[in-house]
Design a protein around this ligand. Structure first.
Ligand code: DC
Length: 219
């Protein structure tokens, strides 16, 4: 069984998908972690991520993979666990930039499809329902207003001890939305057969119940 959850940054995809997966007995796969891992490795090698040719040339030496332990996903690059270090605002922007490079998307395609072929998954990303798993049994497009997403992200950053001003977070979210939706290759968009789930006015429990309900209805 394959469930695709797509949507913009900060819509709560990972928290909601992880909770729904636990409740319904699926493996939760966060595909953004793969783009973050590639971006992280490029930055640590001193590669300018705007230099498409340089990023492409580095790809054969980068081996990203996902591992699952106790229902938690770990992302590795060349065997090194980078799950913690990929969660910074700098890597968020860098991941968005590398994800616009067609060669990077092709590079990560099989990793994602292989996991879905071998497991019951709830997979979240931007192009899961449109490109990676066009035959997913359930597709959900999860969204919320940019302001609400920025409020949630601010709260998360504050809890992590790395607060950032609301205006900065909102600006980054709007820029990522724009970049993710307007890129040529696999832009973020709702698949025609996806169910729209807007969580702007829902708390976390409400959003989890909404998504779990959609999945249960369809399966
Ligand atoms: O979901 P996230 O914020 O961790 O994703 C980081 C970036 O990776 C995001 O800005 C766009 C890109 N991405 C993508 O293009 N396709 C996916 N399936 C997942 C993420």
């Amino acid at each position: 069984m394959n469930i695709a959850i797509d949507g913009p940054a900060g819509a709560g995809k990972s928290t909601i998908a992880r909770a729904a997966a636990r409740k319904l007995g699926y493996i939760y796969v966060d595909t953004g972690a793969l783009y973050r891992a590639v971006a992280c490795e490029c930055l640590s090698r001193g590669i300018d991520i705007k230099d498409t040719a340089a990023v492409e040339a580095a790809l054969p030496g980068i081996r990203p993979s996902l591992a699952f332990a106790d229902g938690e996903q770990h992302v590795l690059v060349n065997g090194r666990d980078v799950s913690g270090e990929i969660r910074t605002p700098e890597i968020s922007m860098a991941a968005s930039a590398v994800s616009a490079i067609p060669a990077v998307r092709r590079f990560l395609l099989d990793t994602q499809r292989d996991i879905a072929a071998n497991n019951d998954v709830i997979m979240d990303g931007r192009d899961i329902g449109t490109v990676i798993l066009p035959n997913a049994q359930v597709k959900i497009f999860l969204t919320a207003s940019p302001e609400e997403r920025a409020r949630r992200r601010c709260k998360e950053l504050e809890e992590k001890g790395t607060p950032q001003p609301f205006e900065e977070v909102l600006r980054d979210i709007k820029k990522r939305d724009h970049d993710d939706m307007t890129r040529k290759e696999a832009p973020l968009k709702q698949a025609p057969d996806a169910v729209l789930a807007d969580t702007t006015d829902l708390d976390l429990e409400g959003a989890i119940a909404l998504v779990t309900g959609i999945i249960e209805d369809k399966t």
